[in-house]
Design a binder for this molecule. Structure first.
Ligand code: DGJ
Length: 642
């Protein structure tokens, strides 16, 4: 409202109806401690001693007791700066916040490409690149969740930037609700990049004496291309975002019942799966959807969270005890924010869903969304999960959310409060049950962001379990999310969604690039498949520290063929995964140039019966020639320092 016609950082309405605000500098200080002023959804923890926070205080020119605090924390080792804003109202009047973002950067020119990732169910994270000059580019979601439509992660790169070189700025919002990222090329061809809570549908009444704190935006810069950004962000997330015991603990190999059994199981079948899984080396069994009420389809029972006596005659406790007796951990699926219409829960509390009295309430996947802003609903969800964790000795919760929010109530702070409630419930449960691992899922990748990762421990990237498609999806997630956070299953063929047959070895290699899980009906495995699965799971356990904690490199494909190769390095060891979807006869082999090695150190590369010993400089400059043959061929190569 005051002469800067670019995308505004803050939009307020004052008691007199006016909307112009003008925040001017008041003071600033640099602190070693990271101050937290109010309970924002997912504040990063205080930074380590070397890192510092710049606190800038601005006051509104006409209402000096309305202050805007800007916090910049520098995580120097990771090349990351986090930025958030706090609006503090001391004016004696209520102020309406229509828009308050988390960060805003003004660039001197607009010669940048904006890279963002969009998608849909089973088609998550498609990379798109748009030149910024002369445009207003918005990456956004308004579904209530960060959503698979557009991830909040965005990069702004110089046109000559590549995977390995060139300048790249990147931003990710530490928040799981409606988000907004805007690259606006404005006056004199400058570029303004803003990110924060989506202003559309958002509104907050800030009473006098109160503050509103935005989520943090994590900002990164690298002069080493997209790969440089990824490694900085991976380190940052492992160090600051993933918390609790799972920050430093290896993630277990699991088996999940969904694709193996869908709704068609009972205790005996699950126990047979568990027994066989134990033989394969699996460490955790997760019972997916279908264990409660009369849930034999998506139409019913969600909200009535008591075990189906026909399927589980000894209840969840009976099953959990037997699984534990086998020496395995036990996990269970829930979808706590939702309810099906034909349930006791909905019958007793029809007013607990987001709805308008005179409209037909929207269903999606035959379910409604619970109004998580209500205290009684929050209490119900917390109690249900606390009972589950306390009475049944559960080690793992898969928290699903299979539809977006609609018909939210009249108060436009709902979108924010819903997410805050989810965070608060999981935080409270983790405080009481710190050993439990929480997996975030929203029909696959419907709510994957740094906010969810700061609260949960890992996430399910996609319901697309086709091993070949999955490589593309994992590749895109790997730009920002560390490998450790990504659950990946080996599932049966032909794949339920692509109908494609892919050899089991390739399927394992693809899933071993993340946190390994098995989604197959292992009761149908042939002896040969059982043997291969045993070998692969044993191998995964050996390489797990490198996969889950190592530095990650997307290697360039220097061949004409459809090769994909990825490198992991940790201390003196490393791995290369190489995939080829279709062999084409008469083509040159792949020249694989490694990255991140020490030039003067000698390394040994081993695969099959091959062994190559050369210097790091040789492997990075000349590389090795590798030819895979057959369709869906894959190779795992071991790297070790001599
Ligand atoms: C969607 C999830 O992504 C699947 O893995 C599975 O848990 C189903 N929901 C169950 O309804």
């Amino acid at each position: 409202g005051k002469g800067d016609y670019g995308d505004p950082f803050v939009c307020l309405t004052f008691a007199d109806g006016s909307r112009t605000s003008d925040f001017v500098f008041e003071s600033s200080e640099v602190k070693d401690e990271k101050p937290t002023l109010s309970g924002m959804p997912c504040a990063l923890p205080p930074s380590c001693p070397d890192d510092q926070t710049l606190h800038v205080i601005l006051k509104e020119a006409c209402r000096p007791t309305l202050r805007l605090h800007l916090f910049y924390t520098a995580y120097s080792a990771e090349n990351v700066i986090s930025r958030r804003a706090v609006l503090e109202n001391g004016t004696g009047e209520t102020v309406v916040i229509n828009k308050l973002l988390s960060s805003q950067l003004d660039f001197e020119d607009s010669d940048y490409i904006m890279t963002s990732f969009h998608g849909s169910w089973t088609n998550e994270m498609n990379r798109s690149e748009t030149p910024c000059s002369g445009k207003n580019i918005v990456n956004e979601t308004r579904l209530g969740f960060s959503s698979n439509r557009a991830n909040p992660f965005v990069m702004l790169s110089r046109p000559d930037a590549t995977e390995t070189s060139g300048e790249v700025y990147a931003s990710n919002l530490i928040y799981s609700g409606n988000h907004y990222e805007c690259a606006q090329s404005g006056e004199l061809a400058r570029l303004r990049f803003s990110t924060g809570i989506h202003p559309e549908g958002f509104s907050w009444l800030l009473k006098s004496g109160e503050s509103f704190e935005t989520p943090e935006a994590a900002l990164c810069y690298s002069a080493e291309g997209f790969g440089g950004v990824s490694r900085c962000f991976h380190r940052f997330v492992r160090k600051y975002i993933i918390r609790g015991i799972w920050a430093n603990k290896a993630k277990p190999v699991l088996i999940n019942s969904w694709e193996a059994a869908y709704f068609d199981f009972d205790e005996n079948r699950i126990l047979s799966i568990a027994k066989q899984a134990k033989q394969l080396g699996v460490e955790l069994l997760v019972l997916d959807d279908g264990w409660f009420g009369r849930r034999n389809s998506t139409k019913t029972s969600m909200g009535d969270w008591t075990a189906n006596p026909e399927k589980l005659p000894h209840g969840v406790r009976g099953l959990a005890d037997r699984i534990h007796d086998m020496g395995m951990q036990f996990g269970i699926w829930v979808e706590p924010e939702m309810v099906n219409p034909p349930t006791k829960l909905y019958k007793e509390h029809p007013d607990w869903i987001y709805h308008f009295a005179n409209r037909v309430s929207d269903t999606s996947r035959e379910q409604y969304v619970l109004d998580m802003t209500r205290e009684d609903v929050q209490q119900f969800v917390y109690q249900m999960l606390d009972d589950l964790l306390t009475s049944y000795d559960v080690d793992y919760i898969k928290w699903d959310a299979n539809r977006p929010i609609s018909q939210s109530n009249l108060d436009r702070s709902v979108w924010y409060k819903h997410i805050e409630a989810v965070y608060d419930i999981v935080k409270a449960l983790k405080k009481k049950h710190p050993h439990v691992l929480f997996e975030a899922c929203a029909s696959g990748g419907g709510r994957i962001d740094y906010g969810i990762l700061g609260i949960f421990d890992d996430f399910w990237t996609s319901d697309n379990t086709d091993a070949c498609d999955r490589l593309t999806i994992q590749d895109s997630y790997s730009y920002i999310y560390p490998i450790k956070a990504m659950r990946a299953w080996v599932t049966d063929c032909p794949n339920f969604i692509s109908n494609r047959d892919i050899p089991m070895r390739y399927r394992f290699h693809s899933a071993m690039m993340g946190t390994l899980g098995i989604g197959c009906n292992i009761l149908k495995f042939s002896d040969e498949e059982t043997k291969l699965a045993q070998e692969m799971i044993a191998l995964y356990k050996e390489i797990r520290p490198i996969v889950q904690e190592g530095d990650f490199y997307r290697l360039e494909n220097l061949s004409e063929d459809d090769y994909r190769s990825y490198e992991y390095l940790k201390d003196t060891k490393g791995l290369l995964f190489v995939f080829l979807s279709h062999t084409r006869i008469g083509h040159r082999p792949l020249t694989l140039k490694l990255r991140g090695l020490k030039k003067d150190t000698r390394y040994k590369l081993t695969y099959g019966d091959q062994e190559i010993i050369k210097s790091g400089a040789y492997f990075m400059a000349r590389g090795i020639d590798l030819r895979l043959s057959g369709d869906y061929a894959s190779e795992l190569i071991f790297i070790s320092e001599m």
